[in-house]
Design a protein around this ligand. Structure first.
Ligand code: PLP
Length: 365
């Protein structure tokens, strides 16, 4: 049926009507007093969401642009970095770091398993000369539905003392607790089309004082993503370049909605949705890809058992107008993923589970 698509992928995620309506107006001048006021309000909201007093830079970029900004602003060619890699996005951090000439050492885990914080501890403790300049971790690994133990990994980084902790929080921010100041996270990257409940197009980077000190010495080339320019503009409630003005309207509305719900309630809802999804899928007899204790609270990856994941997805799409995500890279056809991040309720999960039951029955008949 037309206009009935239900997005149950990990991003873009569904956008509330209130947010869509906030976008449906003429853009205004980005140097106007009116826009400055909106930016000021948005900035306060972003700090609330990140639980931080750190500077937050708003970029016109997808999440990967925010990741790239998180590398090139704080490091120099040849710098040694430890990169956690247990999925598509951890792998992206490694590729990105290599593309900019960093000396990358990877800590890996099989896709579907969490990174082992002990391996980080060993490497960091062995680094007596403090050669490791950054530890780079994907908090919620969207490709497999695994949540890495950022809190413990970060404790080992803090014990090292020198290295920055650089985090991809794209599918954890707004789903699970990411207390940026309490944990002392130096660089936190996120993107608008995930937990923020707004369309794709904005990237965010939260930057600690320690990271700004590293910025002063970092020599990788940068221009559009030079966060120093964003910091300077932030001080005047402004932006260095033309921002996607209507997405900022959307962001303001989405942050207002999040505040009305409250952080604790948002985290509790994502936990409930995850449990509901996992129990429902198990009850249908399908194995889950990640263990309960490693489960990300934004995405559930499912092993389709006797069926082909792509056939399940195509049937769900055709019969029920429900979009599910497939497996990435070597997991294509081997798993499918249900996104339950952002503007998602219990009713949505019940709908997906009922449709999945019908789909499995049809494919088995
Ligand atoms: C979506 C996502 C990104 C960013 O992807 P873009 O397509 O560049 O927005 C980065 N990391 C994770 C974990 C993601 O889920």
């Amino acid at each position: 049926m037309q206009d009935k698509l239900m997005l149950m992928i990990p991003g873009p995620t569904p956008v509330p009507e209130r947010v869509l309506l906030a976008m449906a107006r003429h853009p205004i001048g980005h140097r106007s007093g009116e826009f400055s006021k909106i930016l000021e309000e948005v900035m306060a909201g972003l700090k609330w969401l990140h639980q931080t007093q750190n500077e937050i830079c708003i970029l016109c970029a997808s999440g990967t642009g925010a990741m790239e900004a998180g590398i090139i602003n704080f490091l120099s060619p040849g710098d040694k970095v430890l990169v956690g890699n247990n999925g598509k996005f951890g792998d992206r951090w490694a590729k990105l770091s290599r593309a900019f000439g960093l000396d990358v050492e990877e800590i890996t885990a099989e896709w579907g398993k969490a990174l082992n914080p002990e391996e980080f501890r060993e490497k960091l403790e062995a680094d007596k000369e403090k050669k490791i300049k950054a530890v780079i971790v994907t908090h919620s690994e969207t490709s497999t539905g695994v949540l890495n133990d950022l809190e413990t990994i970060n404790k080992h980084v803090k014990a090292h003392g020198e290295a920055l902790i650089i985090v991809d929080a794209v599918t954890s921010l707004g789903a699970v607790n990411v207390p940026v100041d309490e944990w002392g996270l130096d660089v936190v990257a996120s993107g608008s089309q995930k937990g923020y409940m707004i369309p794709p197009g904005l990237g965010f980077v939260a930057v600690s004082e320690k990271a700004w000190k590293a910025y002063e010495k970092a020599t990788l080339p940068k221009f559009y993503l030079d966060l120093g320019a964003y910091r300077k503009a932030n001080a005047k409630n402004s932006t260095p370049f033309t921002p996607p003005v209507n997405l900022i309207f959307a962001l303001k509305e989405a942050l207002a909605m999040m505040k009305e719900e409250g952080l604790e309630n948002i985290f509790a809802r994502h936990k409930r949705l995850t449990q509901l999804t996992r129990e429902g899928v198990k009850a249908l007899g399908l194995p889950l890809f990640a263990r309960d204790e490693d489960a990300a609270l934004a995405i559930t990856a499912v092993i389709p058992d006797r069926h082909d994941a792509e056939t399940i997805r195509a049937t769900m799409r055709k019969k029920f107008d429900i979009a599910l995500a497939g497996g990435q890279d070597h997991l294509k056809g081997k798993i499918f993923r249900i996104g339950h991040l952002g503007f998602v309720s219990e009713r949505d999960i019940h709908t997906v589970l009922a449709a999945l039951r019908e789909t499995l029955a049809e494919l088995s008949s």
